[in-house]
Design a protein around this ligand. Structure first.
Ligand SMILES: NC(=O)C1=CN([C@@H]2O[C@H](COP(=O)(O)OP(=O)(O)OC[C@H]3O[C@@H](n4cnc5c(N)ncnc54)[C@H](OP(=O)(O)O)[C@@H]3O)[C@@H](O)[C@H]2O)C=CC1
Ligand SMILES: CC(C)(CO)C(=O)C(=O)O
Length: 322
């Protein structure tokens, strides 16, 4: 199989880099300065056990690549960029398997409108992309845990082949028949993304309180909607000691994916599909979600105004809620 990683940023760069390093055939898809850096200097992949310089093939879009029957598409753009990427890649046909290596629960629906064979992937893999050509994956001993399954449910031989390649490359990839149950659990964890982006690493009482309220709203909404998700004990058991934060020499300590969007000043953030998913379900099922509404709105205005992350206190944010 040849893996075409659409959006070779933090997650896509790490998955693509590790697959390439273990001898799998990989093509990264990137744009702008990142594309130029990858094309001219290759991918720099930083891990706790050292940095690899990887001459991975890179293109800037589907027009630059001859399609092959054994291609597997791995979508790793932020959700707000999914529709454009899916449109561009589905223009060449809907037959290729496509894996959504993303947070949130919207991408698989967008993908299934355009591709017949869609896989969800629940990505527990802290990773960073702040500088063109460079990605960091600080967890050890495994870079990440990537549950994979057919969307909306089930598993098949292709999922098993992809999982085997990922496992041979230093990631854990359990094949599951209920991948969205894992992704809804991850969605609850990602309600913290906007909070971290807006308030930074501040770990005071206001922030802890806001996070508890955001997650409680999420749980209430999922219960009202009858949506099942993996429980805390199940998550802890899966994770065990397999994904420990470790030091990566030469890498700046950073934050999660939404914090990175603000740090890079991309002008957009994923909040509509993380906190915004809870808001949407709350509206549909009559459950109030005031904390997630404020997180969604504030994160969006930070991104639009290209405001630096961590420049609002949790107390100021809490005042917006009340
Ligand atoms: N980072 C993390 O630790 C984790 C992230 N996730 C999830 O993974 C997904 C990806 O996040 P992450 O890797 O952080 O995001 P990044 O922004 O680091 O990477 C996405 C990349 O896709 C590029 N891109 C966007 N549209 C296109 C396109 N049409 N063609 C080619 N490239 C494109 C972006 O370009 P540009 O550089 O111009 O923006 C960017 O380089 C998100 O859903 C996120 O929530 C999940 C777990 C952990
Ligand atoms: C919390 C984290 C790092 C987990 O992998 C994540 O999902 C993100 O940054 O979006």
């Amino acid at each position: 199989m040849r893996y075409i990683v659409i959006g070779a940023g933090a997650v896509g760069g790490v998955i693509g880099g590790l697959l390439h390093k273990s001898g799998r055939e990989v093509v990264l898809v990137a744009r702008g300065a990142h594309y130029e850096a990858l094309r001219t200097e290759g991918l720099r992949l930083m891990r706790p056990d050292g940095t690899s310089h990887l001459p991975v093939a890179v293109v800037d879009g589907p027009q630059a690549l001859e399609p092959r029957e054994d291609d597997v598409l791995v979508l790793a753009v932020k959700t707000q960029d999914s529709e454009a990427a899916l449109d561009a890649w589905s223009a060449r046909g809907s037959e290729l398997p496509l894996v959504c290596a993303q947070n949130g629960v919207e991408n698989e629906r967008l993908a299934l409108r355009r591709f017949r064979q869609v896989y969800g992937m629940c990505v527990w893999m802290p990773s960073t992309y702040l500088q063109p050509g460079v990605v960091v994956a600080p967890s050890a001993p495994h870079a990440g845990i990537l549950h994979i399954g057919r969307y909306p449910s089930g598993s098949d031989a292709t999922a098993k082949l992809i999982a085997a390649d990922l496992e041979a490359s230093g990631m854990l990839a359990p094949v599951v028949a209920d991948v969205m149950r894992w992704k809804y659990a991850k969605l609850l964890a990602n309600l913290a993304n906007a909070l971290e982006a807006v308030c930074g690493q501040d770990d005071g009482a206001d922030r802890r309180e806001l996070l508890l309220r955001a997650v409680a709203e999420g749980e209430a909404v999922l219960a009202a909607a009858g949506i099942r998700y993996a429980g805390a004990a199940e998550l802890a058991e899966t994770r065990g000691d397999r994904l420990r934060p470790a030091t990566v020499e030469g890498a700046e300590p950073g934050g999660g994916s939404s914090w990175q969007s603000l740090t890079r000043g991309t002008g957009s953030i994923e909040a509509d599909f993380l906190n915004g998913e809870i808001v949407l379900l709350g509206r549909a099922h009559g459950v109030p979600t005031p904390v997630n509404e404020v997180l969604q709105r504030t994160a969006n205005s930070f991104a639009r105004e290209r405001r630096r992350p961590g420049t609002l206190t949790a107390g100021e944010l809490a005042a917006l809620v009340s």
